[in-house]
Design a protein. Structure first.
Length: 308
């Protein structure tokens, strides 16, 4: 296995499901049932391969962000479909779901730990929803002048708790989509006990752009920074499994249905980057502010030039 794991603490067999979505551009989730069908079907097909002895039994399974836009707590058919797939693979599964509430004007972008024995359990709610993508700032004012904002009828509710979940035998640090770019969330995910870093993402609206590679590159950097394996599960690419030295163990192509499975090491230590990263950020911000102030003061104090 690649080196670089922080405080190696055993291994686990992990699978990442990329179910693919039927649409593209601004309407990749117009067929919401098809999206759920794809991820459930990919999982049950994988379960059959495991049963046939063609692939190893996973200890945990990761579905991507928005793998179901149908709230399984409110829709019994969605609940049953997810439960059937999880029971088929017989492994705790982290399901990405859009869930109604807590009020009538809100929804939540959620990772749900789904047990094959007991069903849905622990939850992580995305803590940094995207402005103008997942919520509308100053909604009451701006919607009067920008009619396109009606495409987001409800705001995503901001999660207010940590991102560490017990997924079967493993404590995973979960971040959703571009939360992988927030240093503080990554620190929380690891310093609070995450042995494995998981990125659940939905890049369907960006298919064919550089955004997919950009986000995957950030995930590779996070593996190096944290000394952890990183598992990226995307709806339609790029999914991947990344080693702590940043090397890519496995990855998918865009717009394909595929399940990645690998044995990965678990981490139990805190890297130097995580220990001092916040202080480095604060120091650099302080230096930048000091430079700006010094520049402004220098301009005020410099004598005016005397014209001939």
């Amino acid at each position: 296995m690649p080196t670089g794991i922080a405080g190696a603490d055993g291994t686990t067999q992990v699978a990442a499901v990329q179910g693919n979505v039927p649409g593209e551009g601004m309407n990749p989730f117009a067929e919401r049932r098809a999206v759920l069908n794809n991820h459930a079907q990919a999982t049950t097909d994988f379960a059959q391969q495991v049963k046939d002895g063609d692939r190893p039994q996973p200890d945990l399974v990761i579905w991507p962000e928005n793998s179901t836009d149908i709230d399984p707590y409110d829709d019994r058919s969605a609940y049953d479909q997810i439960d059937f797939a999880v029971k088929a693979i017989d492994a705790p599964t982290l399901v990405g779901a859009v869930v109604n509430g807590p009020g009538p004007d809100h929804v939540r972008n959620m990772g749900i730990v789904w047990s094959p024995e007991t069903g849905p359990g622990e939850q992580y709610v995305k803590r940094h929803p995207v402005p103008f993508g997942e919520y509308i700032p100053f909604r009451g004012l701006l919607t009067k002048f920008i009619s396109r904002l009606d495409q987001i009828p409800r705001d995503f509710y901001r999660g207010r708790f940590d991102s560490v979940l017990d997924l079967g035998p493993v404590r995973v640090g979960d971040v959703i989509c571009f939360e992988v770019a927030y240093d503080g969330l990554i620190r929380d995910a690891i310093t609070e006990g995450g042995q494995l870093l998981v990125v659940q993402t939905n890049n369907a609206t960006y298919t064919g752009t550089g955004q997919l590679e950009q986000q995957f590159a950030i995930s590779r950097y996070r593996a190096i920074e944290t000394g952890r394996y990183v598992v990226v599960a995307a709806t339609n690419g790029i999914s991947g499994i990344i080693a702590p030295d940043g090397s890519v163990v496995a990855r998918t192509e865009q717009r394909t249905q595929e399940v990645l499975d690998e044995q990965v090491e678990l981490g139990d230590g805190i890297t130097l980057g995580l220990r001092i990263g916040l202080w480095v950020e604060l120091a650099l911000c302080g230096l930048a502010v000091a430079a700006v102030v010094a520049n402004r003061l220098g301009r005020r104090r410099s004598p005016a030039k005397i014209e001939a």
